[in-house]
Ligand binder design. Structure first.
Ligand SMILES: [Zn+2]
Length: 240
C-alpha cells in the first residue's frame, strides 16, 4: 500500500536513542525530503547503553541525548523529545501510554512509527529482541488505538485542551520481523543514514565493520524492490 507522507506529521516513538537510526533513518530522511514533518519521542534515558563503567549514568544520559539530537539534525527532524524512563525497565504502563498519548494529541501525527512488539527472537540469524523495544512498540500501538482517540482516557489531558486524535497509519520497523509488508527505497538517503548513525559515537566501536553490516542489510531488503538500498516495515493502515 502506498504511504503518502507529503505535508504530513510523523511521530517516531522508540525506547532508545539510536533505535530509529538503526531501524529507519534512511526512510526518515526520505520522508523529510518528500515534505513530511518528523518528530521523535525517545522513551528511555539510555542509561544502560554502555559497558564502560568509568562513564557515570548521568554522563551517559547526557551523551546519548546529544548524540540523538545530532543524528536527528542530519536527517532534518523537527524536534526530539525524551521521556526519561529508566533504560532496561520500560514496560507498557499507563504512565508510559499517558506520555505517548500526550505527544500524539499535541503533535497530531498522521503516521506513528515504532518498533514491532511481536519480534521476540529470530532463530535464523541468532537474535533476541531487547525487552524495551517490545515494550515501546506495545505502548505505542496501544496509544494509537484506542487511547489517543478515546475521549474518556486521560481526562487530565483533555482538560489541558489535548483532545482526541486519530492516527491513520502505523509503521513498525521490521528488521528481524518476518511480517514486513512495506519497503522504502533509501538508495539516495543511505549515506545520510550512515551519517546519522555515526553520531551515536558511544554505541559504535568498529566503524568499518559497522558500515558494511548496514550496507549488507539495506542491500538485502533493496533486492525485494529492485533498488540498491531499502528499509522494511510492517505497515498498518487503520481503516477508521
Ligand atoms: Zn534499542
Amino acid at each position: 500500500m502506498i504511504l503518502e507522507v507529503k505535508d504530513r506529521t510523523i511521530l517516531a516513538v522508540v525506547a532508545h536513542a539510536d533505535d530509529i537510526d538503526f531501524g529507519c533513518a534512511g526512510s526518515i530522511a526520505a520522508f523529510v525530503q518528500q515534505g513530511a514533518k518528523v518528530y521523535y519521542l525517545i522513551l528511555t534515558d539510555g542509561s544502560k547503553g554502555s559497558e564502560d563503567l568509568s562513564i557515570s549514568d548521568e554522563k551517559l544520559v547526557t551523551m546519548r541525548e546529544e548524540e540523538q539530537k545530532n543524528a536527528a539534525k542530519v536527517l532534518g527532524v523537527q524536534h526530539v523529545y525524551f521521556g526519561g524512563f529508566t533504560d532496561g525497565e520500560l514496560v507498557n504502563s499507563s504512565e508510559v501510554r499517558h506520555l505517548i498519548v500526550r505527544y500524539i494529541r499535541t503533535l497530531k501525527p498522521a503516521v506513528v512509527i515504532s518498533t514491532d512488539p511481536d519480534v521476540l527472537y529470530n532463530e535464523e540469524i541468532g537474535f533476541i529482541n531487547h525487552p524495551d523495544h517490545r515494550a515501546a512498540g506495545h505502548a505505542a500501538l496501544d496509544s494509537v488505538f484506542p487511547f489517543a482517540r478515546n475521549a474518556r482516557t486521560f481526562p487530565d489531558l483533555w482538560e489541558q485542551g489535548l483532545k482526541s486524535h486519530v492516527v491513520h497509519d502505523v509503521l513498525l520497523t521490521s528488521f528481524n520481523s518476518k511480517r514486513a509488508n512495506h519497503v522504502v527505497d533509501i538508495t539516495y538517503t543511505f549515506d545520510l543514514k550512515i551519517k546519522a548513525l555515526m553520531e551515536h559515537k558511544s554505541q559504535i566501536d568498529d566503524v568499518k565493520g559497522f558500515r558494511s553490516t548496514m550496507e549488507e542489510r539495506a542491500r538485502r531488503i533493496g533486492k525485494e524492490i529492485n533498488v540498491e538500498y531499502a528499509e522494511s516495515f510492517v505497515h498498518i493502515h487503520l481503516s477508521r
